[in-house]
Design a binder for this molecule. Structure first.
Ligand SMILES: [Fe+2]
Ligand SMILES: [Fe+2]
Length: 190
């Protein structure tokens, strides 16, 4: 990786923190009093971002961490992702007018907050201690994989952003995702 590319490409742990920050900001936009289509836009955006994030962790980041540690948080991480995916599937099958919609989304938010807290206080610091030299390379692989996963879904991202338009941070999350794709494509050519 040339010096310009490595300066612009976040390492693996910083990329994970950035994803967490964007996702939490979108969670915070959700209001039970919002219009159904705004809720749908927010929920779809969060669900897609979580799926891509979880896949990057499961395929690239967690296996590298498991090579160097078997702490409790890393053992629980994949089962916790599975529970999030179950809630995401429930939300996708429901209409925003459904009486269970808000509670299911709040349950997802609670699970994600708990999971993110474990990652940021246990897994990421451990990775930074034990995988210091590999974090840049892992970040590059995660960016490349992100492009593959997000590129076919840019139309969905735009629709969800339009639905939830009054919510400013959804634009930030969707914009960051699309900008990441464009930037990543350019970087990958070098
Ligand atoms: Fe994470
Ligand atoms: Fe995770």
């Amino acid at each position: 990786m040339n010096p310009i590319t490595s300066a612009l490409m976040p390492n693996a742990t910083n990329m994970i923190r950035l994803d967490h920050t964007h996702t939490m900001a979108t969670f915070h936009q959700y209001k039970t009093s919002s219009k159904p289509q705004v809720k749908r836009g927010l929920v779809n955006t969060v669900c897609l971002a979580l799926e891509v994030h979880a896949q990057l962790e499961e395929e690239i980041f967690y296996p590298a961490v498991r090579e160097v540690t078997d702490n409790e948080a890393i053992k629980k991480a994949v089962p916790e992702h599975a529970e999030m995916k179950r809630l995401i599937a429930l939300l996708r099958d429901m209409e925003p007018e459904d009486v269970r919609y808000d509670d299911t989304f709040m349950e997802l938010m609670r699970d994600v907050m708990h999971h993110v807290a474990d990652e940021e206080t246990q897994i990421l610091p451990e990775a930074e201690r034990l995988l210091q030299d590999q974090l840049g390379e892992l970040g590059g692989r995660m960016m490349k994989r992100r492009l593959e996963l997000v590129a076919p879904r840019t139309a969905d991202i735009a629709v969800n952003m339009a639905r939830a338009m009054p919510a400013p941070s959804i634009a930030m999350l969707a914009g960051a995702t699309v900008a990441g794709v464009l930037l990543g494509r350019r970087l990958m050519r070098h």
